[in-house]
Design a protein around this ligand. Sequence first.
Ligand SMILES: Cc1cc2nc3c(=O)[nH]c(=O)nc-3n(C[C@H](O)[C@H](O)[C@H](O)COP(=O)(O)O)c2cc1C
Ligand code: SF4
Length: 549
Amino acid sequence: MSKNLSELSGRKGLRENLFEELGIAATETGSVSKEKSEELAKEFLFGTANVYGTATFYDFLRPENKGKKVYVCNGSSCLTAGTQEKLRTQLGAEFKDEEIGEMCCLGRCHENSSFFFDGHNYSGNDIENIAAIKAGKKQPIDKYNVGRHGTAVLTCDFPGIDAFYKTLDKALQLTPDQLLAELKTSGLRGRGGAGFPIGFKLESCKNTKGDIKFIVCNADEGDPGAYSDRYLLEERPHAVLLGMIIAGYIAGANNGVVYIRGEYPEAIEITQKAIDDIRAKGFIGENILGSGFNYDFKIIRAQGAYICGEETALLSSIEGQRPEVRVRPPYPTQHGLFNKPTVVNNVETLACIRWVIENGGAAFAAIGRGKSTGTKLASLDSFFNKPGIYEVDMGTPLSVLVNDLGGGFRSSIKAMHIGGPLGGLVPVDKINDLTVDFESFSQNGFLLGHASVVCLPSEFPVIKYIEHLFQFTAHESCGKCFPCRLGSTRGYEMVDKAINTDYKMDRELFTDLITTMEIGSLCALGGGLPLPIRNALKYFENELGQYFS
Ligand SMILES: Cc1cc2nc3c(=O)[nH]c(=O)nc-3n(C[C@H](O)[C@H](O)[C@H](O)COP(=O)(O)O)c2cc1C
Ligand code: SF4
């Protein structure tokens, strides 16, 4: 069924996009009306039930979102910083209770107290000026540290569009095979979490027959605590776009889709402007620089669903289907967007391509450690003395990131949740054992993921954090497989009961539950949640023991 819907959606393709239409339909009131759903169902031949299933899935489209005017961030970093209760009270002075909604992680983890109003994000002390903000008299400001230890692949100065796109000219004079060979030599692995080599994906797509192919940039950056993709889209958008054009040239794809989360309104605006700028200069469009190669972009604004960061759910999302995870194989490089060969890559992965082509694959491979080549961006939250985005050579000691770049902690911390909600919970006494690379983290029972760092202050109960993780997963589960759909809800209920009553959890039952999620879930949402919970059980038994019988 979903394959048929993919074909059907491909009929109108990106030109007139059902998902985009649903977003537009919800702009005025905050949700899609029944009449509009029916109208769109007819227009796109999708069936009312399918359109209803899609519209009610997303935080920003569903009926409960109607009438919301301001949104409080409920992400992990704002939670552990403890800023949101006061923020909500302060917002209450200007907005009715029913006008205040929630969004999950606005990427303002460097100062917290984050909220979204009228197409912009605010944080830190902004709430003190809420009346002026509401009256349109105050513009948002966003300042955080940017630094590095090692090579500047992604944080290097931007020399201007013309100088930067000289690499495009260079690339188009080489053959797709030559460029592919450089990327393979570079050892560049996906930065979105799984660490899959980009060269293999591009080669697979290149070798799959098809007139229409896509390069999709996964800019859904849903991991609470991560804002490095936001940094790239807002501060270095041309690195991402140029990477996508070169990837398209290699794979034989003429279409680039940038799927950007709705929680990043500024990133959407800036990326669109960057696309317009390069169109005006002839770096996209027909017959680019006389090469015969055509390429163009489309931005899709996401509508608030963590699971859309999972690549197959993301593709269903663009197609206007309910974003359920797809069973693989077939892989997107064979049957991807609208059933066409598609490469999905993370923002940071794509942003590395220009450096590789400019400096050579071997130069990139010379940076880093073992199979983790190149550099990695890390996002540090407000518990650091110098919160911000830092680029480090893979293999850099974690202590350098924490102490030298981040300036150490500004208050007492007991653990760092690194790599998003599905990443490991690293106790502070492990800082000296780890280096920032895929292998070091996995060998020590953690996960580098996207390298976001959310701190757990000493006074924050670990059990409350576990409850938060279960609740997050229960809310974000796509519902396709029962270990995740039921397991996350049952886990939340158990932990909530243990916190709020005399109930003691049966340890065997609890272990069975997370083991079932781990081995039985279709994707890494349900399958990955047990990792931080196991870490918590291993390192914080002194706190958690009291909740078990
Ligand atoms: C629940 C879940 C959420 C994910 N969220 C993201 C995300 O926000 N951004 C991202 O690039 N990859 C995310 N991924 C990983 C993607 O499925 C995919 O591996 C990635 O986009 C591939 O790009 P890469 O090879 O460049 O990392 C997520 C995976 C899962 C299971
Ligand atoms: S693990 Fe969760 S999010 Fe992933 S497919 Fe199963 S239900 Fe969906």
